[in-house]
Structure formats: structure tokens, C-alpha cells
Design a protein around this ligand. Sequence first.
Ligand SMILES: [Cu+2]
Length: 112
Amino acid sequence: MKLLTILALFAVSLSALAEKRSITLVNYETDGVKQWLPGTIIVKKGDDVEITLINNVPSGVHGFMIPDFGVEKQVKKGVKEVVTFKADKDGLFNMKCQLHPAHVGGQLLVLP
Ligand SMILES: [Cu+2]
């Protein structure tokens, strides 16, 4: 009985861990290579994710896309943009700039 109570409390505390995650990504250019940093972000399944995007690259507009979560945004230099989504599936997903194939991509890791 004691064990069941402990397990129940553990389950409740686990479900309470699903929460809002606020993350900021900044687009940098170094020696002609453009990249959203940090290049890998980690959330938990069930989280409500909010990503603030700051583009510091002088060449202008860059994109930010996470195809598996329907996220797509264009970001002008000097204009913050915010995207939100529910991390409703776990796994490893690509993040990329949909405007420039050469723009270095990143990864989103959603923990189960
Ligand atoms: Cu780009």
C-alpha cells in the first residue's frame, strides 16, 4: 500500500513536469556559415514550447522551420519572432531555414 502511494505520487509529479518551455535561438553568421544557435534544443513530450527567434545576420531575412510540428517563420534582422507548438510526440526532429538550403540546420530532441 505504501508502495502504491509512492508510485501514485511519482506519477503525479511526472505529469507536473510537462510545462511551458521558453527557449531563445539566435541566428549567427561566422565565416559565411549561418546557423541558429543553440543548434540542439531539448524538451519533454507534452511540453508547450515557445521559441523566440532573433536574427543577427546582416544578410537579411532567414527562415526557421520544424516541419514535424508545423512550425514555419521568416525572421527579419532586428525583429524578434515567436513560434509556439505542443511537443506531442517524442523523438529527434530537424530544424532548418526553409529559405536557404545551405543554412546549417539544427535538431530538436523531444524526450519521452
Ligand atoms: Cu537562412
